[in-house]
Design a binder for this molecule. Sequence first.
Ligand code: BGC
Length: 916
Amino acid sequence: MNTRKLAAALFFAFTAVSQTHAAVTPTALQCNSLVNPIGVDTPNPALSWQLDYDQPIARGIKQTACQILVASSPELLAQDQGDLWDSGKINSDSSIDIAYAGKPLATLANAFWKIRIWDQDQNASAWSAPQHWTMGLLSASDWHAKWIGRDDPLPTANVPSPARWLRKEFSADKPLRRAVVSFSGLGSSELYVNGAKVGDAVLSPALSEYEKRDYYVTYDITSMLKPGANALGAVLGNGRFNSPRVVGRNGLNTFGWPKLILQLHLEYADGSTAEIISDESWKFTDAGPIRANNEYDGEEYDAQKEMSGWASPGFDDSKWTAASLASSPGGVLCAQNIAPIRVTGTLKPIAVKEVSPGVFIYDMGQNMVGWCKLSVIGTAGTTVSMRFAERLHDDGTLSVENLRTAKVTDRYTLKGGGLETWEPRFTYHGFRYVEVTGFPGQPTLDTIEGHVVNDDLASNGSFESSNPLLNKIYQSVVWGTRGNYRSMPTDCPQRDERQGWLGDRAEESLGEMFIFDNHLLYKKWLQDIVDAQMDNGSVPAVAPHFWNVYNDDVTWPSALLIIHDSLREQYDEEAAIVRDYPAMSKWIDHMSTFVADDLMPKDKYGDWCMPPENPKIIHSTDPARLTAGPLLGTTYFYYDLGLMSKYAAIAKQPADAPKYDALAARMKSGLNQKYLNTTASQYDNGTQTSSVLPLAFGLVPDAQHSRIVDSLVNSITKVYHNHIGTGLVGAQWLNRTLTDNGRIDLAYTMATNTDFPSWGYMMNHGATTIWELWNGDTADVQMNSGNHVMLVGDLVIWLYQDLAGIRSDPAHPGFKNIMMKPMPVGDLTSIKASHESPYGHIESDWHTDGKTFSWHITVPPNSTATVFVPASSANSVIESSHPAANSPGINFLRDEPGRAVYQLDSGTYDFQSSTN
Ligand code: BGC
């Protein structure tokens, strides 16, 4: 047992009232929220850490000061010499996002760093384990490489196009000290060095507004090089750059043929350096085995055309042509500072059935996103096809109707001569079922293996309750969320769309942040949105704007403001608010020009996908069900203005706030004048959403508040017979609004319903991810995805914040202080949930039998919690067998009806209370 564990054990054995802790060691060090990143292009990277701990966590662990050392070599760092930066002792409890403030760091500079802290007793910790980062190419003039490829005329039809292959040999004449390669291969690319793939990213680099910004990735490839002859090889797929659709209803913007820019920096042991760059000396072919690649349509691979050794020295490339210089995509080259997309898991099929001679249907058991690896033995020239879909027809055949024009077919042509395994690289599919045809012989369950493909984000939370249906819905949300990350959040992964629709994530981003560590992904996507903004301030509904959807709607572009708020709440991310404040205020100014009669009339999508009156239709046409567009526009714009007032302070533009406040006041009075019907005690036609939004945003006059709550309750109970009646806009606030207004019971009823419309209905009709439509089993296939996130609404937020009671305190964001107020409801007898916050592991694990409430809590080091223990009186509250008020680390704050409120230091706690 280490000293800290021993201290903790002693502590719990004797429950001493005061305790001295062994100082904790900083751990989980991150630079720009990444572990040991290579290719950092911000001059002052942000450094973060957590305080190491074991379970149970000792109480009251705090950082009171810290010291950061940054050195140019591991040796200097080992001698405690921060030649780049020695911060000295900084008296601060801050352990996230401390900006590097040392000597300027040069392009490709290495920085080695460590940190120690002083704890609550002023004890200095040991130094953390050393970590490092490497700078990227910091300015345009650092790039000496040229874009290469072949700029053929742009396609005017949706024609399949092969992958492009580029290669270059070079010699490393002297012993190498370091080799760092930076490259951008658009649309998607893989780099090979001496025959081996560099890294394990797929569908790389990240998508972007190509004409504004192009991402490059950086790898240290020192160990892959050898003295003498070496070879580099790049294979380029179309990705979204050479658009998957150029014409047709779903035609997308296209940017050109795949192209590469690459710069390899060689540092020899004698101190000299050399550079290998992409230029006309590279060789080019498109005659390789990938005959066609398209993210929507699939990949075709002819193994007979493999070019053995193409990325190794000595390959005969005499049939290849010289690479041509290609036009620049036009954007600034930026380091990709988000986790790459990877194969993050595998699934074995659970069944296979031959539905007609030679047509085999596999069931993966889960609606997943990625592709399949094929294993096959057969004769050269045989072609095996795999086609993917979310559903089957009644006769067991594949149902591809809801995929629109996406052909979703991968084809492999065998080279013959033994076992062949293959998986595609430049496509992906959303599917549960796979149709295999052309297979030589009888395929088995081992013939294909599902490879799950998504941004490789750490899992950030867990949720389990005593209600199996709720757990199943939650797991479906997890699958759907991860499958809709493709270096941007997408609406769906399967049909010919797969776009970054803003509205879907204005709705879902906060809930997702409890499940996945998507901090950097969302920060990057906000940059995409800003990059897509028009000069006049208009923000599109889709970003990057592969489609030109600039319609000056309010609810969808509000994502730009709302996601910033979510990032601040969950991650204490303020730098991004400062970065994007000019764009946000420009959008507000632009949208303000549409204000008329103190209302914001602009609304394009309504309360998208509310449950319709007829199971066969997509959108309701019943005026009683539809929420007025200007009501949506005005309430959302009011909410946006409130966010802007807050952001003005964060961005140090306080003089702007009165402008936002004044306009917000006009929205409030305009809304109430036009839509509040005090006679009928409802807003407009009394839809659920028309009550939810004014309640959620604080727009309802006090005197009318309880009546509007009644109006909402009436719609749910009487009009919709205890069912949800909102689309994605209202759903985002529905559960929380009910809970805040004393009707969590209704939220629970709706969350656990099993008939239409409900999440339970989806589960009972075979869903393993959330559908795009409440009536997804019966509606028109033209818009009927089986894997959308938007109808999740605020369910996940509510599961974590209200049912489990894990919420970041807005006054101390990033979970520096945690507000823990679990809400036992309905037949729930237990919840066990956790969240990995910037400070570490938070846990809430409660059980109730209706009389006693038992609650196990973990508050990570260097954070605190305000806990609201369900209790008939504070006198009944016990913690670890002692009256709670006397327990160490606990400060009694007050009694509230049905709750005893305490302030907790970090630590692990076990509460017990009587609740009746
Ligand atoms: C997408 C939605 C999106 C909507 C807006 C749909 O096609 O799939 O998720 O928000 O369009 O129009």
